[in-house]
Design a protein around this ligand. Structure first.
Ligand code: DX5
Ligand code: ZN
Length: 229
């Protein structure tokens, strides 16, 4: 994984067919996905439940790009090794998930993964100030986590602030929630480089008709890049 600030589209398989993850992953990658975003929910930190380490491990051989695992679980630490074993390239934990986020980020890197830090909409950028050298990615939530298909909450001020705090460190800024060709330019202009999109990528397509996935990915990418031109 070489670091670049070019726009990357990371479809969330939360919007895929849950009975067909392997072929859905192949379909989005063949249609231009840069990363595959895997939303893990525990029914406790967030009011929804998805899948755990054995499922993520089963996804791994299908992912040829980057497996980006977003944990919406609490606690995180007891499960870090299981996600390393499942083959996560990036493991993202929420700042709000427990009292020892610094330790969690250290443990993620010690387990051989890139460390991501997610911030809920109500959490200020300043909360990440002392974690800048501990992270490879900051995920700015633009919805309250738990469900796909929610509307975008404008966090462009926070993105700009984080972009300044990151400086020249090789830290990605990821946006998660409500990303569409309409909202992508706002966050790209503010400094985000990884755009997660679930419903806006999967709408209109399927494993047997994946071309809409490609058109949707291309539309989000083009809108984001237009804001940078
Ligand atoms: C929200 C998840 C997201 C989300 C994105 O809790 O972390 O990845 O499903 O979905 P859309 O793009 O539909 O908002
Ligand atoms: Zn996510």
């Amino acid at each position: 994984m070489t670091f670049t600030r070019e726009i990357k589209i990371a479809p969330s398989i939360l919007s895929a067919d849950f009975a067909d993850f392997g072929r859905e992953i192949t379909a989005i990658e063949s249609q231009g996905a840069d990363w595959v975003h895997v939303d893990v929910m525990d029914g406790h930190f967030v009011p929804n439940l998805t899948f755990g380490p054995p499922a993520v491990k089963a996804f791994r051989p299908h992912v040829k790009t980057v497996m980006d695992v977003h944990l919406m679980i609490a606690p995180v630490d007891p499960y870090i090794n299981a996600y390393a074993d499942a083959g996560a390239d990036i493991l993202t934990a929420h700042l709000e998930a427990g009292p020892h986020i610094h330790r969690t980020l250290q443990a993620i890197r010690a387990a051989g993964m890139k460390a991501g830090l997610a911030l809920n909409p109500g959490t200020p950028a300043e909360a990440a100030a002392h974690l800048m050298d501990m992270v490879d990615l900051i995920c700015v939530m633009t919805v309250n986590p738990g469900f796909g298909g929610q509307s975008f909450i404008d966090m462009t001020g926070k993105v700009r602030q984080l972009r300044g705090m990151i400086g020249d460190r090789p830290v990605h800024i990821q946006i998660d929630g409500g990303v569409t060709p309409t909202t992508a330019p706002l966050v790209a202009a503010a400094g985000a480089d990884v755009l997660v999109a679930g419903s806006a990528v999967f709408k209109g397509g399927s494993v047997s008709d994946p071309a809409p996935y490609g058109a949707n990915i291309a539309a989000i990418r083009a809108a984001a890049n237009a804001a940078l031109a």
